[in-house]
Design a protein around this ligand. Structure first.
Ligand code: AKG
Ligand code: FE2
Length: 241
């Protein structure tokens, strides 16, 4: 698949709008044709991930080989900082590949990664942005950024609201490409309410779109040590210029 995938036929954003407006979020299964979804999944499995994490309040992108070669004492320090941060505040660790940075720099590689490049093109097409404008009633939706993510057992992203000054994020989206998952395995996209409860959580699934308004408190719960798979997504924000 080197062309951009099409959104599934029969999705009517005007009809979905009341459901989106109710809680400012929506889960839409069956977002692409099954064949396209399979090609995207294969590309997500093959993507050249790095480790994305925060430690002691700083964000790091670390090559997986660098992490593997880190002296054990340094590695233990890093892990201790991550545990401490997760206990008390905003913290994450997962694997990422920054698709939109490469696309914006015109660095297409094609080949096995072509389906992800196609998704980037779709996300920035009139077909998708128009869909989101009608779904949300928000004409300001101008473009989307994107990264591929892979969560392995132990990975997580603690509560945050996606609102970063200067980034002009209007809506967050997550395209799920995890073929088989059990809610017990964690990795849930959980929405937190003002009382500290989880008001709703979306289980990783295959070929679905989650879309939600920014700002909104949410987290990805830690993937269980016994999870039998990795959680694959393409995620980012629909932004205003
Ligand atoms: O992967 C997800 O379900 C959500 C990711 C997320 O919240 C983020 O990257 O800010
Ligand atoms: Fe988020």
């Amino acid at each position: 698949m080197s062309r951009a995938p099409d959104l599934a036929r029969g999705l009517d954003p005007a009809k979905l709008r009341p459901a989106f407006e109710r809680f400012g979020r929506l889960h839409l299964p069956g977002i692409f044709a099954p064949k396209d979804a399979q090609a995207i999944h294969a590309a997500l499995v093959a993507a050249p991930y790095h480790r994305s994490l925060t430690a002691s309040g700083k964000s790091y992108d670390i090559a997986l080989e660098t992490l593997a070669a880190m002296p054990p004492e340094r590695r233990a320090e890093l892990e201790a900082a991550i545990l401490e941060g997760g206990r008390t505040g905003f913290q994450y660790q997962f694997d990422a590949w920054r698709l939109s940075d490469l696309m914006e720099a015109n660095q297409r590689t094609g080949g096995v990664l072509a389906p992800l490049e196609g998704v980037y093109d779709l996300l920035n097409s009139e077909a998708f942005l128009g869909f989101v404008r009608t779904l949300t009633g928000d004409d300001a939706c101008a473009y989307a950024d994107a990264q591929a993510t892979r969560y392995r057992p132990g990975d997580f992203l603690t509560a945050h609201d996606d609102d970063v000054a200067g980034k002009h994020r209007l809506y967050a989206y997550v395209l799920n490409f995890t073929p088989a998952w059990r809610p017990d395995w964690g990795g849930l996209l959980a929405f937190h309410d003002a009382d500290g409860h989880v008001s709703e959580a979306y289980t990783p699934t295959f070929n679905a779109l989650n879309i939600f308004r920014v700002p909104q408190q949410h987290a990805v719960t830690q993937v269980a040590s016994f999870a039998g798979a990795q959680r694959f997504s393409i995620t980012g924000w629909i932004r205003e210029r």
